[in-house]
Ligand binder design. Structure first.
Ligand SMILES: Nc1ncnc2c1ncn2[C@@H]1O[C@H](COP(=O)(O)OP(=O)(O)OP(=O)(O)O)[C@@H](O)[C@H]1O
Length: 336
């Protein structure tokens, strides 16, 4: 099942909204490793300015998709477009505007963090050599590595290596930043810093694509989400819409609970009493119909909001294995 939220939903009532500009898109993307299908028929849309969380259990194809987006892996079939350029052919034009933190960045083990970053900076087409020292120091500062900048890379902890990779992604202002499991190996303070950096990038209008198997991380930082399972996208869209779509309930706060229940029942809308009002079922009625029914029935409606599914429930439902197991391990659930 693929749940997508096209902007032209509801066409026929009003003119369809223009499709959002996409910072990245894939169509019919497929990657085979011998007989292993790593990614299958993936149509991914990354709207410009979004923070899109790519969620999926281990082995669901997140890293392979990201690698194909960045032109690091050639698709077996399908199309990839990054900042309007076909990949991997357009890599030279697209990549200078894309900062990426992907597994195993090629840092030199015997050079310090700072020296590694300087080497990386010298390969940045958007950075003149006179600006390299300032850009390197700013990036080190931003990821909290200034104090450890003179230590050799091989002496870095996993978290420090992640931070250095992130510093590389942030050396120059980018149009898009792609982060594959950025909080891997980071302690809670490091995780919070990553969230802050993602929020800053978002505020600056940068598109962020971040893969994660940590639901809380995605729920806290992302505007959009794409859920992968066994190499396919099983849901994608705005996070809020996705969460609301999972639960067809409208929560109505009212001091007239009994009266509200009576009015809804008379209107054949299934409902039940909840502590501060009623919950109306939206499988047969729309939210405006519920409100209209209540107002016509003389019910004082104080507040109306859609019931939201937790991302954890939604994710479990979408990635449930046929054997009944869920996509998350116990460790993940504890960490999330
Ligand atoms: N280089 C490769 N050679 C062979 N198989 C691969 C290779 N890279 C990935 N795969 C396989 O493709 C599938 C998808 O892997 P991928 O790393 O993209 O998933 P993922 O969602 O990023 O997983 P994780 O969260 O564990 O990093 C897995 O079955 C994996 O074993």
């Amino acid at each position: 099942m693929t749940t997508s939220f096209d902007t032209d939903q509801g066409a026929g009532v009003t003119a369809p909204a223009p499709a959002p500009a996409l910072a990245a898109r894939t169509r019919g993307l497929r990657k085979l490793y011998r007989s292993t299908v790593a990614v299958d028929q993936v149509d991914l849309d990354v709207p410009e300015g979004a923070v899109l969380g790519m969620l999926g259990p281990n082995g669901s194809g997140k890293t392979t998709t990201i690698r194909m987006l960045l032109g690091l892996v050639r698709p077996t079939e399908g199309e990839v477009e990054l900042l309007g350029r076909p990949m991997p052919e357009g890599a030279q034009r697209a990549l200078p505007d894309v900062g990426a933190l992907v597994e195993g960045p090629g840092f030199h083990p015997f050079l310090s963090g700072r020296e590694n970053l300087r080497r990386l900076a010298s390969a940045e087409p958007h950075l003149s050599s006179s600006d390299i020292p300032t850009a390197v120091e700013a990036a080190l500062e931003r990821v909290g590595l200034t104090g450890a900048a003179n230590r050799r890379y091989r002496a870095y902890s996993l978290g420090m290596k992640q931070r250095l990779g992130l510093a590389g992604a942030l050396l120059v202002p980018r149009r898009m930043v792609v982060l594959d499991e950025p909080t891997n190996g980071l302690d809670p303070a490091g995780t919070r810093e990553i969230r802050k950096i993602i929020a800053e990038l978002h505020a600056d209008g940068v598109t962020v694509l971040v893969s994660s198997h940590l639901l809380a991380e995605v729920e806290a930082t992302c505007t959009h989400v794409a859920v992968l399972h066994d190499g396919t996208v099983v849901a994608q869209g705005e996070l809020d819409e996705l969460l609301e779509s999972g639960s067809p309930g409208l929560l109505v706060s009212t001091p007239d609970g009994d009266k509200a229940l009576e009015a809804l029942q008379a209107g054949r809308i299934p409902a039940k009493l909840i502590p501060d009002g009623v919950r109306a079922d939206l499988t047969t009625a729309t939210a405006p119909q519920v409100v209209e029914t209540l107002v016509r029935g003389g019910v004082a409606v104080h507040e109306v909001r859609r019931e939201r599914t937790g991302l954890e429930d939604l994710f479990a439902r979408l990635t449930q294995h046929e054997d009944g197991g869920e996509g998350l391990s116990e460790v993940d659930e504890v960490t999330a």
